[in-house]
Design a protein around this ligand. Structure first.
Ligand code: NAD
Length: 253
């Protein structure tokens, strides 16, 4: 007799923000490969998002796309309410959309500070607030915030970005406590140095220095992060809440 497969997500409705590329795309594809209907969210990359949808459908999965700016609270609320109305509920939220703006503290611009917090922190929290309205009713749900290793270690030149990623830990742990009685789990996925567009602007020297700081001796792939995302989204992770799952090759232990 074949062993029952684990981590299946058949029948689940999942929203992945910032899913037109990078880590979000990998998470969307991995959730869909486990049977979830995935809403591939994007802000402006419509063609790329449609490409992700098509790739999922070509493999026999279920997907659709949806656009809004997570830094725009009204648009985010309206869009997520619409998704919940259309599908009847939302089971999984992966709050992945994020930006990085790096620079030394002395040169940090107020506008950049605001944009980072509006996108990375307020955006993720507003998505969670809207998504959990449905999860409260169904008394089940998974919220996954995508943070970063620098949210726990700090990094010179990334004061504002690291602060936004650290903020997600406090938010996730608080929401986890608030909603535990409804069987909604809230966890943080904390990637280390992952090869994506966000990290592609690094010089070879910067990249080499970073890899030296990774005990496993390599950069991470988006698939490494997506596998952890599937686990946190699954029924098998139903006793895991308020935790930080680090996918960083041992960069921070
Ligand atoms: P990426 O730049 O390739 O993807 C980020 C996605 O977020 C893009 O699709 C972008 O359009 C979307 N986005 C940005 N601002 C948005 C907004 N206002 N509204 C809607 N969508 C918006 O980056 P990535 O490397 O795939 O990063 C994904 C997440 O992982 C981010 O939160 C990032 O901080 C985090 N992360 C990345 C790494 C890494 O090494 N790449 C490491 C740790 C954490």
């Amino acid at each position: 007799m074949a062993a029952p497969s684990m981590f299946r997500l058949d029948g689940k409705i999942a929203l992945v923000t910032g899913a037109s590329r990078g880590i979000g795309r990998a998470c969307a594809e991995a959730l869909a490969s486990q049977g979830a209907l995935v809403i591939v969210h994007y802000r402006s990359g419509e063609d790329a998002a449609k490409g992700v949808e098509a790739a999922i459908v070509a493999k026999g999965g279920k997907a659709e796309t949806c656009a809004f700016d997570v830094a725009d609270t009204g648009a985010t609320e309206t869009a997520i309410e619409g998704l919940i109305k259309r599908h009847g509920r939302l089971d999984i939220l992966v709050a992945n959309a994020g930006i990085s703006i790096d620079g030394l503290l002395l040169r940090l611009k107020d506008d950049d500070l605001d944009l980072l917090f509006h996108t990375n922190v307020r955006g993720a929290i507003v998505c969670a607030r809207a998504a959990t309205r449905s999860m409260m009713r169904t008394k089940r749900g998974r919220v996954i915030f995508v943070s970063s290793v620098v949210g726990e270690t700090g990094n010179g030149g990334q004061t504002a970005y690291a602060a936004t990623k650290a903020a997600l830990l406090g938010a996730a742990k608080s929401i986890a406590r608030e909603y535990a009685s409804r069987q909604i789990t809230v966890n943080v996925l904390s990637p280390g140095f992952i090869d994506t567009d966000m990290t592609s602007s690094m010089t070879d020297a910067q990249r080499e220095a970073l890899v030296k700081a990774v005990p496993l001796g390599r950069t991470g792939s988006t698939a490494d992060v997506a596998a952890a995302c599937v686990y946190l989204a699954s029924d098998e992770a139903s006793y895991v809440t308020g935790q930080v799952l680090r996918v960083n090759g041992g960069m921070y232990v």
